[in-house]
Each structure stands twice: as structure tokens, then as C-alpha cells.
Design a binder for this molecule. Structure first.
Ligand SMILES: [Zn+2]
Length: 59
């Protein structure tokens, strides 16, 4: 199952929506605005709600 989560792009600062799996893990999604690869760290809380941290993949 996937969830649609809104993040802020760490490169250009634009809000962008990403689809993430509802389980802990890391993945890479390209920003829809600047096309840079955003590293996403997904953590799922006890309610099954996914929270996403967005990091630059080149740091
Ligand atoms: Zn961007």
C-alpha cells in the first residue's frame, strides 16, 4: 500500500507530492519541479501513518 505525502524539496524548496510505501525504509524520488533526486526516509508510526523526511541525496 502506498500513501501520497507532501514534502518540501530540499533543493528548490517547492512543495511536491511523493508516493511512498507504508513501511519504514529509504527511497529516492525525483522532484517534480527541479528533477533533482530527493532521498526520502520513511517512518511509520503506531497508527500506520507514514512520515517522510526529505534529504538531499548528494550530501
Ligand atoms: Zn525541487
Amino acid at each position: 500500500m502506498q500513501q501520497l505525502i507532501q514534502i518540501t524539496c530540499p533543493y528548490c524548496g517547492a512543495p511536491t507530492d511523493v508516493h511512498v510505501e507504508s513501511s519504514d525504509g529509504n527511497c529516492i524520488e525525483d522532484c517534480t519541479v527541479c528533477c533533482q533526486p530527493i532521498e526520502l526516509v520513511v517512518r511509520v508510526d503506531a497508527n500506520g501513518t507514514a512520515r517522510v523526511e526529505a534529504h538531499r541525496g548528494d550530501e
